[in-house]
Design a protein around this ligand. Sequence first.
Ligand code: SAH
Length: 411
Amino acid sequence: MHAAMTRAWLIGAGPGDVELMTLKATRALAQADVVLVDDLVNPDVLQFASANAQVVYVGKRGGHPSTPQADIVAQMLGHLRAGRSVARLKGGDPFVFGRGGEELQALQAAGIEVDVINGITAGIAAPATLGIAVTHRDYAQGVVFVTGHGAGGGEPDWAALAATRMTLVIYMGMRRLGEIVGALLAAGMSADTPCAAIESATRPEQRHVLAPLREFAEAVVRAGLGSPAIVVIGGVASFALARDAAKRDGRVDHEQAASAIKTLSVGIGCRLHSDAADIEAAVRAALGSNAFEQIHTIATIDAKANEAGLLEFCSRHQLPLQLFSREQIAAAPVASPSAAARAHLGVDGVCEPCALLAAAASVCATIAQNARLVVHKTTHAGITVAIAAASDSAPGDVAPFHPAPQDQDLR
Ligand code: SAH
């Protein structure tokens, strides 16, 4: 092997927002012949990869099994030994709960030199979107990053952690949140301790729940928050509580919205022969806290007019399928995903424009005035979904076209 010719990078892609990737990460990505991508990585970051790069998804979301760790390392070694440079892309920072340490060890043991490129970890980025400074000195002398499921090293000692009085930032904590909260309360942590759970942080579909410790686990379940989410427990979470209280007057009440009339148009981009069940799963995953019952139209490109899975999904829910031409889609005012990301994903970037077009059509007026994206493009099992809402408000008070994540609090 010619070490000088081949290179290996362990790259942090950041928490989701493409702009939170480092310059160094984007430059390394551009040089890689092969890119191995984890499930938490926003596929849009592949716009920085070479158009000729071979992209391999090794994550486990979307109903597919994850690639075993040893296989990932073996794949990397195979490519490197064949003279191909390899970028291993991980969500957040590669060395924070990302198994980056293990991969580095394995590669080094095989005599490979690896460049590690940091990313912004979700444990800092997610709280920051709500104005939570994890080490604000009025509340904490430090912060503890801890995993909520003790795989490997066993259960974290929650009583000992409570005793530190430091901010707790919990990764992978959603599944066992009830038990964690119980253990902290049992250890004497105040039931009034402010808590925050932030799902899909820095992505358009971000949602969060804020509650004192005693109500926290139940509030998270009620809101239907799931993985990936960061949990923050400690006085610093009160910054988010204060901010939400200030916003409350202007906020849309979600329960009210859910019981309201059908306002949502769902744009779908799918491969040929996508399964109705996969489409349904993708739509439900994209909805977040919006109710399925709020959907009034499914929309896609006219080339999919005979797509069996899509037709089956629509008829099952008695939803009309609205079709748009390539020209209409191209004319819709939406920032399309990059060509590179689209090519790698093998799906058309049609979901956002279709959702907008269908929402606008539903109230017979122009897009610019009364359709807005509620959920930007999300990807699930190779199916892209975006959701738009029609609003018949006066042009003056239309929501911004690309609302900031914090304005999407649908709690
Ligand atoms: N290396 C990653 C963490 C990987 S462990 C990092 O540094 O961020 C996976 C966990 O990270 C998830 O279960 C969730 O707790 C958290 N996570 C990753 N991305 C997230 C995001 N965008 N929003 C909220 N939590 C996220």
